[in-house]
Design a protein. Structure first.
Length: 189
């Protein structure tokens, strides 16, 4: 019972009360909520470094249906640009008509490679245009207690009962060992 109750109480102390409550000379405040700024900072670091970094954003942009759309736009713009230059008298004399398709394909492939390359345009653009860390930190810090808890607690809330039962099992084992240690001679003797 002691292990069960201590783990149950520990979970309660972590999350409750969500808002500070004064009880006599003490101020009760759930440790999770009390450390909202620090938790928000660590969460923002984790998400911005491991999940929503420029590499993963660019990979999502260039793969699958999104990649088809993106490179379709690029191809359309390359074709428009080449058509414009193709009409220029100097371009007509410098590049034979039968070389334009090869030029177009080579140019498009170079642009495609440069857009997606690490350190290329898309990586540079996403790292400058999207401040995932700053936006997450600001928004997580500004959340009210209920919303803040709602962002992170559901990830492990369904498994809290396992933690409480593990405490009960460990408490039972520790109690059993205490009984053996204290009364072992009387039981075996």
């Amino acid at each position: 019972m002691v292990g069960y109750l201590t783990n149950w109480l520990a979970i309660k102390l972590i999350f409750e009360p969500a808002e500070p409550k004064k009880v006599g000379p003490f101020v009760l405040h759930g440790l999770f909520h009390k450390r909202q700024a620090g938790v928000a900072k660590q969460f923002a670091e984790l998400v911005s470094n491991d999940i929503l970094n420029p590499d993963t954003i660019v990979a999502k942009m260039i793969e699958g249906e999104q990649g088809v759309i993106l490179f379709g736009i690029v191809e359309k713009r390359v074709d428009e640009l080449l058509e414009k230059y193709r009409q220029h008298p100097m371009a007509k004399t410098a590049i034979p008509e039968d070389e334009w398709p090869t030029l177009r394909n080579e140019l498009f492939q170079r642009i495609r490679d440069q857009l997606a390359a690490p350190g290329g345009f898309l990586h540079t653009f996403t790292s400058r245009a999207v401040n995932v860390y700053g936006q997450l930190l600001d928004r997580m810090t500004e959340l009210d207690s209920e919303s803040f808890e709602g962002v992170l607690r559901p990830a492990f809330q369904k498994d809290e009962w396992k933690l409480i039962l593990a405490g009960a099992a460990l408490g039972t084992g520790a109690g059993f060992l205490q009984v053996i240690f204290l009364f072992g001679d009387a039981v075996t003797g």
